[in-house]
Unconditional design. Structure first.
Length: 360
């Protein structure tokens, strides 16, 4: 097992943000003090064998007892004392969309939304817990009625119960669930309401989200992630997956006169081009018919810091692209300064969900 932790950094108790991802378990412990967020602790739990991590099913399908064991070991090794947890729910475990609807009253809206939800939720409504919020209003024109944009989200009850069992078995207290996408918005964008996109490159898939006025507008999942890129390098270089992962992290897209570096770079390009294409398509789909333009793209996830990646995606999209900094509004010990840039995109979801109710 691989860990990245720093003890109890400030000697306090806070709230834990938990992110059970496709390749690892991440947690961040935050406290709220004097109007600022303080990073108390963090941990990352990964499969020690890279080939096992790449070839086996993702963490969401691991036996519950394995996930529980990983969380417990993180808590022990990082000496985390907090018990209160806010759990991130990954996008592949939820159903979400934005509905544009006529508005007469909250009561009428509450009656109409379940009827509309059936068009977007692929399982019976009695099997999900559903929530919604109005994220935009549009005044009536002519003889028409006012319109509202409603953000709708649903989570399968069975999935929700699984998370509850895992957290309880780990000896923690579940405060609430939070969407992965909302956690990212909270940690990366803060109060910035301008239109932006967030590309989260995970182990087995990537999510591409457009955010406007502080709310998720479109979220597209694409089945290419870091593990597929590692496989491509392994095939091109004739090396095992562990060595390919090492080359990906150290060389990335950098090029020099060494043939090996060029092969590593070229092995990734077709897959990265697909991610860039899907990002551009998602952004264009949102911009079409609107007078706004997405201003910036943030990269997060385990691959975000790969050498040359941000510049490469920027060249493809022709807009500003940078690595997301989840700790931009977080106070942390100076001892972490040498590695904070590496940690920030990896811990973006866990940090964002911990920010939700960190002052309790």
């Amino acid at each position: 097992m691989a860990f990245s932790l720093f003890g109890n950094l400030l000697g306090k108790k806070g709230v834990i943000g938990l992110d059970i991802g496709t390749a690892s378990i991440k947690l961040v412990e935050l406290a709220h003090d004097g109007g600022r967020f303080n990073l108390l602790n963090y941990g990352i739990f990964e499969l020690s064998n890279q080939e096992e991590a790449i070839e086996t099913s993702h963490a969401g399908k691991l036996p519950e007892e394995n996930i529980v064991a990983g969380i417990k070991e993180l808590l022990t090794r990082a000496n985390i004392k907090s018990k209160k947890v806010i759990a991130s729910v990954p996008s592949f475990s939820t159903f979400s969309t934005v509905l544009s609807m006529s508005y007469l009253s909250e009561k009428d809206l509450a009656k109409t939304i379940p009827l509309e939800a059936k068009k977007y939720i692929p399982i019976p409504l009695e099997e999900v817990d559903m929530d919604w919020t109005i994220i935009d209003t549009k005044p009536a024109t002519g003889q028409g009625t006012p319109m509202v944009d409603v953000f709708l989200v649903a989570m399968a009850k069975a999935e929700k119960e699984k998370y509850k069992r895992i957290i309880q078995a780990a000896g923690l207290e579940l405060i609430s669930f939070d969407l992965e996408s909302i956690g990212l918005i909270r940690s990366l964008l803060g109060n910035d309401l301008s239109p932006m996109a967030v590309v989260n490159i995970g182990g087995r898939s990537s999510s591409i989200m457009v955010v406007d006025r502080g709310y998720e507008r479109i979220n597209h999942n694409y089945e290419i992630g870091g593990f597929e890129i590692t496989r491509s390098i392994a095939r091109s270089m004739g090396v095992n997956l562990a060595r390919a992962e090492e080359l990906k992290r150290s060389m990335g897209l950098l090029q020099d006169n060494k043939g090996g570096t060029k092969i590593v770079s070229e092995a990734m390009r077709s897959l990265l081009d697909m991610i860039a294409f899907e990002t551009q398509k998602t952004i264009t789909n949102y911009e079409t018919g609107k007078t706004i333009k997405v201003q910036k793209v943030f990269l997060v996830g385990g691959m975000a810091n790969m050498p040359g990646l941000a510049d490469y995606i920027k060249g493809k999209l022709q807009i500003d692209v940078s690595v997301g900094n989840a700790f931009a509004r977080v106070v942390f010990t100076p001892k972490l300064q040498p590695i904070i840039a590496e940690l920030a995109p990896t811990l973006a979801i866990a940090t964002g969900v911990a920010m939700r109710e960190v002052n309790i």
